[in-house]
Each structure stands twice: as C-alpha cells, then as structure tokens.
Design a protein around this ligand. Structure first.
Ligand SMILES: [Zn+2]
Length: 256
C-alpha cells in the first residue's frame, strides 16, 4: 500500500566507541516557531512485566528532552512529549522471538490503534518504547535504536537503560530519538559518518537547509501562533490555550 514504506534504521550506537557531540548549547537558537507533539507509549508484556525503558527519572527525562529540543531547535521546532500511555502487549514489546521483521512496525501501530492507546489526534506522532524495536534483534543495555516510517506516523524506539545514567548517554538517546522523529517528518538517510542528524551511523546532529524545508512541510509540524498579550488577561478560562495554525499537509513516502 502506498503509505507502507519505512526506513530501516541501522542506528545502534555503542557509547563505548563514540558519543554524539553535544554541539548545541541550550538557548543557542531563537524562540521556537513550530511544534511537534509526541505521544509516548510505554510497552510491557501482556502480564505487565518487562516494561520497556522510557526516559528514566525526572532529571534524566528533562536532560533528554532538552537535548532533543536543542537538535530540533535548528529548525525552530519545539518537540513536546505528552504524558506517556502504557500498554501491555508482548508482541509489541518483543515480537515473536529472534530478529523482528520491519513489518512489525505496521503491525504494532495497527494493534495499538485497535487497543486505543494511540493519540486521537492523527497529527501527533506515536512513539512506542519497546524492548526490541521492529527490524532488530534484542539489543544491549548500552545502546539505543529505533525504526520509523518515513513521512508517516509511527516509531518503535528502544532505550538501553545503562544510557540513562550519564550525560553523554542521554545525548545518545536524544540523538536516536531525534533521528527517528526526523523520519516521520519526511527525512530519509544521508550518507554515513557525516555530521548530520539523518546519518544512519549516528555521527552527528546537524540539519541542512533542505532538510529544514522538508520537515516544515510535514503535517506533523504546526506553527505556533502567539496570542496577543492582552488576551491572557481576559479570563482564567483562557489560561493555557495555545492557538495553532496548521502547516500544509504533505505525506512523503520515500523508500530507503
Ligand atoms: Zn534512520
């Protein structure tokens, strides 16, 4: 079917060999002009055991989300993670044993849709945190990896728990998660071992002007339209309201 293409992310990063440089200082970019919203879904087995690792403790989560915002800040995009849903589904968590086929990603999304654990807004990206992502064999606790559709909604993401314990490990997690988000936003792989977020070897976090143009046309990217200051004083019922204008929708279905 036309939208079933996906990119296999051979994107296992061993922290013992290299770490993604954290080249982006907090606050290095102007205020975000756009937003991408992620619905995390933390998966465990049918009986609730073997829950997959998400972003760890609150301070670890803050670090990881900050690193992701630094990366996507290059495009003026703030990545917003909603409160996580939890889902007990052994197949989604680990597959049927051995190396998972990439097609498990579609199977997971379809099953989750039936189970009602994906977000009701189709323009929010569903990111499934699992013990073995589609397309992979079971992975080391020192690694992070994911598989994502290119230009369509759905990511399976693995976070090795050992990476949570120190800053450069959180950088690695953020780099992989930001990379997978890039696929859903329409980006394919660049060459390996270059300083680019979409390098399959995880060798950098930079984005090109062309890549930024592509993602800003994604249906998952919305413009943040500031409200006039006065409106904030019109009543408490308005507090927290944010107006979004939709970017033009476009599905990109690149096979790589
Ligand atoms: Zn990739």
């Amino acid at each position: 079917m036309f939208y079933r293409s996906m990119s296999k992310m051979i994107f296992i990063i061993s922290l013992f060999f290299f770490a993604i440089p954290n080249a982006f200082a907090v606050g290095a970019f102007p205020a975000s002009t756009h937003t991408v919203t992620i619905q995390p879904i933390i998966v465990s087995d049918d009986d609730g055991s073997n829950m997959a690792t998400f972003f760890g403790l609150p301070d670890q989560k803050t670090d990881i989300e900050g690193f992701i915002d630094n990366i996507w800040g290059q495009a003026g995009i703030d990545v917003n993670f909603l409160s996580a849903n939890v889902w007990s589904n052994t197949f989604a968590n680990s597959g049927s044993g051995g190396t998972r086929p990439g097609s498990d990603l579609r199977a997971i999304v379809n099953s989750a849709t039936t189970a009602g654990v994906i977000h009701t807004n189709p323009d929010f990206i569903n990111m499934f945190f699992v013990n073995t992502p589609a397309g992979f064999s079971p992975l080391s606790l020192n690694s992070a990896a994911g598989l994502a559709f290119v230009g369509n909604n759905g990511i399976t993401q693995y976070v090795g728990s050992n990476l949570l314990d120190f800053g450069s490990g959180r950088d690695v997690i953020a780099g992989v998660v930001a990379h997978e988000i890039g696929h859903n936003l329409g980006l394919s792989h660049t060459a390996s071992r270059i300083n680019n977020l979409m390098s399959p070897s995880g060798s950098g976090n930079a984005l090109t002007i062309g890549q930024i143009d592509t993602v800003l046309n994604s249906r998952f990217v919305v413009s943040a339209v500031p409200l006039p200051a006065a409106i904030w004083f019109m009543g408490s019922g308005l507090i927290g309201l944010i107006s979004f204008s939709r970017k033009r929708g476009q599905l990109q279905n690149t096979v790589i």
